[in-house]
Design a protein. Structure first.
Length: 320
């Protein structure tokens, strides 16, 4: 028996089984941040951080948008964000856009928390799937924000409406004219479909529909950012839309990750890189199961941060 080999194997075992954080709880994640002085934190967010502002998410049973689209008479719920369907029938999207139009909602404590990370110079980037622009309203700087599913901030002519039976080309090119939200906002709020003044095409806000590419900024930022990331926080998303959902696999495998959400998600085994909130060896992922706003408040307490704004905002906001 080669005792040298056994010793090496034992050392390797100990190294690979060493915990990164001490338990799967939020406090262990915060202990790690303090002990390791992390300052390249990436925050990934979804519709769950905006529900306490009064904006429904997609998939929550009962209150989510997908359960409440009957009035739009859609062939299937996702059609409302399907580019092919939109080109044939833009009206349902605009009816929804009128209801959800940015401007009538206030940022939540969870948005404020991300801004707090920025103020403390700990935020490397906020990757959001949301299109409600509440990050901008919370004051998060443009350069720290990646709006992965686009924004209502700008819009583009996507060409004329298609006939019911016409196959829509992808990519769908209009005359290329671009617009700012102020150019089309009033039309949308008046319940009309905005039209391109040059070619009479449909003007579509630059939010990413199913069947469309994510913005160039998303693709150009992710590789450098996720390599550099020293802690990952995921808040208020079901992690069910790719490629966004795959970002949690991009951080180095010794980087701790925290999920704050009402339900567990992201645990699918992707080459051993899905969240694991149960393992007893090499604990790396932490979970706060509850509302986003409660989670960020507890986070802040664990870190010993005093932020009266956040506490006040939490009292004002209805926790959903
Ligand atoms: P989703 O699939 O609806 O998932 C939301 C997740 O958040 C679910 O896991 C919920 O359980 C959870 N959740 C909801 N409310 C809370 C809460 N208060 N506290 C804790 N957890 C909560 O939405 P995703 O963002 O994952 O899906 C991506 C889609 C949704 C993106 O393309 C967005 O554009 C789209 N979307 C955005 C908005 C918005 O901008 N506010 C609203 C609705 C949908
Ligand atoms: Zn046009």
């Amino acid at each position: 028996m080669d005792m040298g080999n056994i010793a090496v194997t034992e050392t390797l075992k100990r190294e690979t089984s060493a915990n990164i954080i001490q338990s799967h709880g939020l406090s262990s994640f915060c202990d790690y941040l303090k002990a390791n002085k992390c300052k390249n934190i990436i925050v990934m967010t979804g519709a769950g951080i905006s529900t306490s502002a009064g904006i429904p998410d997609f998939r929550t049973k009962g209150t989510g948008l997908y359960d409440n689209l009957q009035k739009y008479n859609l062939p299937y719920p996702e059609a409302i964000f399907d580019i092919q369907y939109f080109k044939r029938k833009p009206e349902p999207f605009y009816t929804l856009a009128k209801e959800l139009y940015p401007g009538s909602f206030e940022p939540t404590p969870s948005h404020r928390f991300i801004k707090l990370l920025e103020d403390k110079q700990l935020l490397l980037r906020n990757y959001t799937q949301n299109i409600d622009m509440l990050e901008r309203l919370a004051g998060i700087s443009d350069d720290l924000l990646v709006e992965a599913h686009g924004t209502f901030h700008t819009a583009k002519c996507v060409g004329p409406k298609s006939d019911e039976d016409e196959d829509v080309d992808i990519p769908i090119l209009g005359c290329g004219k671009t617009f700012e939200d102020k150019d089309i906002k009033q039309k949308i709020l008046d319940g009309q479909v905005p039209e391109c003044p040059d070619c009479k095409g449909l003007v579509k806000p630059d939010i990413v529909f199913f069947g469309e590419q994510l913005p160039e900024r998303f693709h150009s930022m992710i590789h450098k950012d996720f390599k550099q990331c020293d802690a990952l926080i995921v808040i208020g998303t079901s992690l069910s839309v790719a490629p966004f959902s795959g970002l949690i696999h991009l951080v180095k495998d010794n980087v701790p990750r925290l999920l704050i959400n009402r339900e567990v998600c992201g645990t699918q085994d992707f080459m051993g890189r899905g969240f694991d909130f149960e393992c007893e060896e090499r604990i790396r992922d932490a979970l706060f199961l509850g509302t986003c706003d409660e989670g960020v408040l507890q986070f802040q307490e664990e870190m010993g941060w005093q932020d009266d704004d956040l506490s006040q905002l939490l009292q004002k906001t209805k926790i959903s």
